[in-house]
Write a protein that binds this ligand. Structure first.
Ligand SMILES: C[S@@+](CC[C@H](N)C(=O)[O-])C[C@H]1O[C@@H](n2cnc3c(N)ncnc32)[C@H](O)[C@@H]1O
Length: 344
């Protein structure tokens, strides 16, 4: 019988060779299982939700089967991935047969030279599927289940390395319906479609997600929104101190920043870039704090905290938002106390 996460592929509308690991020895994570791996039209294999998922729900938490730490050439600069082949081969040789066949069944995008060489598959497999991991994000890990998640420029999941458990956790970042494909991003998304397509060519495909198949006018609007979002994050950086402005001009600027920060959230929602909401909510919270609107500062800080907490309770960003939320609640309490004293 089939494990619950795997749909037997008895008839598909298009031919696809089903790798043996799909039906054999492939264990499912989580209880109950919320995903299945199956062909996705035009994208090889993909990962699909087997039930509706809410933002923050864990889809998959996976240990790497291989971790490679590329040696450094000099401080902070690693050897190119091509030079780690011997390390990769050594790590591969220690794997169980089950893990070896899971790794070898993964998709590999080949360079023309690699295509003519039927022997070397490990490096292209690693290059096409590995993710940065480790406390310094300086190592590369291979996760055979998560590696089946296809790319979208409007992804519905994010993936976070949790150093404490040594797992990579994939979570829903918006509502995902049953049967919907789980998508992740392979690149930073605050770029134009042309820039994204150029970056994705290294994986050997042209993205056809909803952000990449817009008509001309809509595409220009989408590119502009992404550029505006990128600039807004950059421009806000110097204005994120907690000091309350004193001069009339600075107060006016701080008020305008509140409006600009709300506009940033609106642009992210329009572009469906949910993964950037936590830092945007933080900017809104700090902007309200600078005009001493403690009620709004608290609400927005808490929204950012909730998103961060769902990702990683120990991350610096989560701890910062916890501290800011409680600081703003104290200021709000004080304000309410002073008001009640004045009234009576
Ligand atoms: C990390 S693998 C993802 C799983 C892969 N589809 C498989 O069959 O194992 C990356 C490869 O999947 C394919 N892919 C990923 N996202 C895609 C997309 N949006 N459109 C078309 N192909 C995609 C490309 O061949 C890419 O090199």
């Amino acid at each position: 019988s089939w494990p619950t996460c795997i749909v037997p592929i008895t008839s598909t509308p298009y031919s696809y060779e089903v790798p043996s690991w799909l039906s054999l020895n492939y264990s499912c994570t989580g209880s109950p299982q919320v995903w299945e791996a199956r062909p996705s039209r035009g994208k090889g294999i993909g990962v699909f939700a087997t039930r509706p998922l809410d933002p923050g729900d864990i889809i998959l938490a996976e240990l790497p089967v291989i971790i490679i730490e590329p040696p450094l050439i000099r401080d902070g600069v690693a050897y190119p991935l091509t030079s780690v082949e011997p390390l990769l081969q050594a790590a591969f040789d220690t794997l169980s047969e089950e893990h070896k066949s899971a790794v070898l069944s993964l998709h590999a995008h080949l360079t023309p030279e690699e295509a003519s060489d039927t022997e070397t598959r490990l490096l292209p497999i690693f290059r096409s599927n590995a993710y940065l991991v480790g406390s310094l994000m300086s190592e590369f890990g291979l996760f055979p289940k998560g590696a089946r998640i296809n790319h979208s420029c409007r992804p519905n999941s994010n993936q976070v390395w949790i150093d404490k458990t040594g797992k990579r956790v994939v979570r829903a970042i918006r509502r995902i319906e049953e049967g919907e494909e789980i998508s992740a991003t392979y690149l930073p998304l605050l770029q134009s479609r042309k820039e994204r397509q150029r970056a994705l060519s290294q994986y050997g495909f042209k993205c056809t997600c909803s952000a990449c198949v817009l008509g001309k006018a809509e595409q220009e609007a989408s590119d502009k929104r992404r550029n505006d979002i990128r600039l807004a994050f950059h421009d806000f950086e110097p204005h994120l101190s907690l000091s309350v402005p004193q001069s009339v001009a600075d107060k006016r600027k701080a008020q305008m920043n509140v409006e600009a920060s709300m506009q940033l959230v609106k642009l992210l929602e329009e572009e469906e870039l949910s993964d950037y909401l936590a830092p945007a909510y933080r900017i809104v919270a700090l902007s309200f704090a600078r005009i001493e609107r403690w009620d709004q500062a608290t609400i927005w800080a808490h929204k950012s905290y909730n998103l961060r907490l769902a990702e990683n309770e120990d991350a610096e960003g989560t701890l910062e938002m916890a501290a800011l939320t409680s600081q703003f609640i104290s200021s709000w309490n004080e304000e309410l106390y002073n008001k009640s004293k004045q009234q009576g």
